[in-house]
Design a protein around this ligand. Structure first.
Ligand code: CU
Length: 158
């Protein structure tokens, strides 16, 4: 199998054309490709609240990321109503997913982060013809040490 590296990360971003520019900015490339106009952050048309449950997750434990839009009439963009990517600060961890609509009007996804660290999370949603990109931060703590590790002190924090 080929080594997974920065290029597979970029390839994944290509699936989400709109979000690609956020990712390339994060990686220090400023080249701009053709895509919808993107509003950075909230506008009069759309704002978004974010919550993580638990708020301070540990690696390996499921955490629900939920996003509540200010308006219900989102428009599909690139095949989904919401696109979510997360990148750890060192770009060694990456995910791209699509939060699912919930009965309460929010969109949510539950996942476990395999590795601790500081993640930047971008959510993209479209309303009134305008893509909006929201940026959040999430700190994933180290996995909970087992009783054995706590007793013997073999637990290593990364
Ligand atoms: Cu997507």
């Amino acid at each position: 199998m080929k080594r997974m590296g920065i290029f597979s990360v970029i390839a994944s971003f290509v699936l989400c054309a709109g979000i690609a520019s956020a990712a390339s900015m994060e990686m220090g490339h400023m080249d701009h490709t053709d895509h919808d106009m993107v509003m950075e952050g909230p506008s009069e048309h759309l704002s978004m609240s974010f919550a993580a449950t638990p708020a301070s997750p540990r690696a390996g434990e499921p955490v629900t990321l939920s996003f509540t839009p200010s308006h219900v009439d989102l428009e599909e963009a690139h095949g989904a109503l919401m696109h979510l990517i997360g990148v750890r600060r060192d770009v060694k961890q990456f995910f791209h997913t699509h939060p699912e609509p919930q009965a309460n009007g929010s969109f949510a996804i539950t996942r476990a982060f395999p590795e601790p660290g500081r993640y930047a999370i971008w959510l993209e949603a479209k309303r009134m013809g305008m893509l909006h990109r929201f940026e959040y931060a999430l700190v994933v703590r180290s996995a909970k040490p087992s009783l054995w590790e706590r007793i013997t002190g073999t637990f290593k924090r990364s």
